[in-house]
Design a protein around this ligand. Structure first.
Ligand SMILES: NC(=O)c1ccc[n+]([C@@H]2O[C@H](COP(=O)([O-])OP(=O)(O)OC[C@H]3O[C@@H](n4cnc5c(N)ncnc54)[C@H](O)[C@@H]3O)[C@@H](O)[C@H]2O)c1
Ligand SMILES: [Zn+2]
Length: 360
């Protein structure tokens, strides 16, 4: 059942292992750990479930852990600093390894700490949410939030390996599973109409956590992400396609206070808004907008932004997003279901119409 993909980045290439029971397989970790010091970064929810088996897999090494509070609202400079406190307190050297055990929040924070500690140390991702297994653990984007905007402070720092144990998804709350499906749908929408068809006909299996269906969705998602990252590691071009729905979504997350809307929920609504705008600009058929909305609904995700977020505030928040270049807003829009483009020729009136529209 285990499959290994590769992110092809020359001498920084790395494997993504996907399968059941991988968390406690020592063989997967050893090739990537050079020194003897290992710091596991996790949070208070994940630690009671998965810290002990991970520790057992690292038997014989000098293993410490730092357990962070759980939640997007803690993806801050202050909480991030606790990782350095732990590393310095234990006198960890440059040849130490950081392991992120948890979802995207832990992965982004641990990865960014690995990028900065002593100017960069080894890093392994052990993602335990669907979202982190299909998206955030792959590709090397790391960072933390600022009150003014999501992920505004960060670095590119590729892991040495991604170890995605699909059995860890058994304990994931249903709302988090749906949030992960938002990113899975994203891959189909931007690159792979056949995968989207498959998702449409297997959504019930995915929601009921059929292991085969989940494994297929994770593999295909990682394949697409790995391919896009290999083509454009630092997002000078096509990698920005992965931001479909995210400029809208980040505005929703910032407006609602971090942690109230899940990232995947905001992306779900954001993808519907991107489809809506694509149709207003004449690029996408109305029937396709409805198809996107149906898929997002079937995945258990919202299709509309919060009612209290008005268009002017929305646009203001979107302007803070990193995708603004030379003062011009750039958005990922759909030209078909399964095909996306990056555009900075956004008609302001049509954008405002999308931002204020609330469909029945
Ligand atoms: N770096 C990237 O490329 C990238 C891409 C997408 C998203 N992100 C970031 O990822 C974050 C979202 O990640 P997420 O959705 O994984 O959220 P998360 O890390 O907050 O995890 C969701 C919740 O599930 C809990 N959890 C984790 N694993 C569990 C398990 N196996 N069983 C039960 N509960 C478990 C967590 O403690 C948390 O409460 C956001 O901060 C987003 O910005 C980064
Ligand atoms: Zn995302």
């Amino acid at each position: 059942m285990t499959r290994t993909l590769e992110v092809d980045l020359g001498d920084r290439s790395y494997p993504i292992h996907i399968g059941p029971g991988l968390l406690h397989d020592p063989v997967l970790y050893r090739p990537h750990i050079r020194g003897r010091q290992v710091m596991i970064v996790t949070n208070e929810t994940v630690a009671p479930m998965y810290l002990a088996p991970l520790r057992a897999a690292l038997d014989g090494l000098e293993v410490r852990e730092v357990v962070l509070p759980d939640g997007e609202q803690y993806k801050t400079l202050e909480v991030w600093n606790r990782i350095f406190d732990a590393l310095l307190d234990a006198r960890f050297a440059r040849d130490c390894t950081l392991i992120a055990l948890g979802g995207g929040v832990v992965g982004d924070m641990a990865g960014f700490a690995a990028a900065c500690y002593q100017r960069g140390v080894a890093f392994i991702q052990v993602p335990t949410t669907l979202l982190s297994q299909v998206d955030s653990s792959v590709g090397g984007k790391t960072g933390i939030n600022h009150p003014a905007g999501k992920n505004m402070i960060g670095a590119f720092h590729q892991p040495l390996a991604v170890i995605a144990d699909t059995e860890t998804l058994d304990t994931l709350p249903q709302r988090e599973l749906s949030a992960g499906l938002a990113e899975v749908l994203k891959y189909g929408l931007i690159r792979d109409p056949a995968f989207l068809d498959w998702l449409e006909s297997h959504m019930a299996e995915l929601l009921s956590r059929d292991p085969e269906a989940l494994a297929h969705a994770i593999r295909r998602s990682c394949e697409i992400k790995a391919q896009i990252v290999a083509e454009d590691e630092l997002e000078s071009g096509q990698r920005a396609l992965l931001n479909l729905g995210h400029t809208f979504g980040h505005a929703i997350e910032t407006a609602s206070g971090y942690g109230n809307w899940l990232h995947g929920e905001a992306v779900g609504a954001g993808m519907c808004m991107a489809a809506d705008l694509s149709a207003r600009m004449g690029w996408l058929a109305e029937a396709d907008v409805e198809r996107v909305r149906r898929l997002v609904t079937c995945a258990g995700l919202p299709t509309e932004p919060p009612p209290e977020l008005d268009a002017d505030r929305f646009r203001e928040l979107m302007a803070v997003d990193k995708k603004v270049l030379d003062g011009r807003l750039r958005l990922v829009l759909l030209t078909a279901v399964g095909e996306a483009v990056i555009s900075d020729e956004i008609d302001q009136d049509q954008l405002m119409a999308t931002l204020s529209a609330r469909r029945p």
